[in-house]
Unconditional design. Sequence first.
Length: 212
Amino acid sequence: MTNVLVVKANNRPDGVSTKMYETFVEEAKNVAGLNLTTYDVYAEDMPYFGQDLFNAFGKVQNGEELTDLESRLLAAKQKAMDALTAADVVVFAFPLWNLTIPAVLQTFVDYVYSAGYMFKYNSEGQMVQLMTDKKYVVLNARGGYYSSPEAQPMEMSANYIKNVFSGIAGMELLEEVIIEGHNAEPNKAQEIIAEGLERVKAAAQKLATVTA
């Protein structure tokens, strides 16, 4: 059984990346041997990463009582890490908003981006990736065109996710599906989205090649 964690990071019912998520999950249900779990970052209790979390770490070490917010932060961080730990394949379905990822997806990344968990340093000070046994899929929608050489450096959503989960964690990118340009060319939007969703289905079928 292959454990597939689908991280849903768009709460817009009509969002293109929401459609990508829905299409992927429905298609993946037809693939034998998968255990599918959705982690909807908009449905989870996910307080922002910051000093409150560091205060909580210190209090735990000293046996001090936690505030409600500190308890929520520790629980949320642990839940995100547990979900990632259990997954053989992680699927990220998210939009590009204002050149980057939604803030709540950033919070998920902040929870799991941890030395000793995602990576470590060896005795020579070199970084060692700790999640090389996992794979991941990128499902990203952006209304404009960012794949051209001129615009690509501005794109900080799919690039960011790949830098974290390939570059830091060492996961293998199994598939990347980008749907773009549907807002830039509204007369072609239906065609662009339909073609992209077919590629999403193909990405879901590729899960059949993964053995846990």
